[in-house]
Write a protein of this length. Structure first.
Length: 106
């Protein structure tokens, strides 16, 4: 974080294409986004903005770049399915809460 309102979010994407036991290709991409969040945004909203909304806006670009790279390598287009970043966020939050409760219970 460069200053209080500037953040970097990086999406790490890895795709492997196989035919039977043979790996045809492995495509990996790291796509970074720098975003600025106003100081007027309440602190409790910053994490969801960074972990849900920013990846949601960046994902179409990531998908297109990966598709173009794979096609440029002579393979059929690789189209990634949409990702439910909100669902992943909630799932991770619940998992962390459960782990915390288990630690407190020990």
């Amino acid at each position: 974080m460069a200053d209080k309102g500037t953040f970097e979010v990086v999406l790490h994407i890895s795709a492997t294409a196989k035919r039977g036991d043979t790996t045809l290709f492995i495509a990996e991409l790291q796509y970074g986004v720098v975003c600025s969040i106003s100081s007027k945004v309440p602190d409790q909203h910053i994490h969801p903005l960074l972990m849900i909304e920013t990846p949601k806006m960046a994902f179409p670009f990531v998908r297109q770049i990966l598709c173009d790279a794979v096609m440029g390598g002579g393979y059929p287009p690789l189209m990634l399915n949409p990702v439910d970043f909100e669902g992943l966020y909630i799932s991770q939050y619940k998992k962390e809460q459960t782990e915390e409760e288990n630690k407190d219970g020990e």
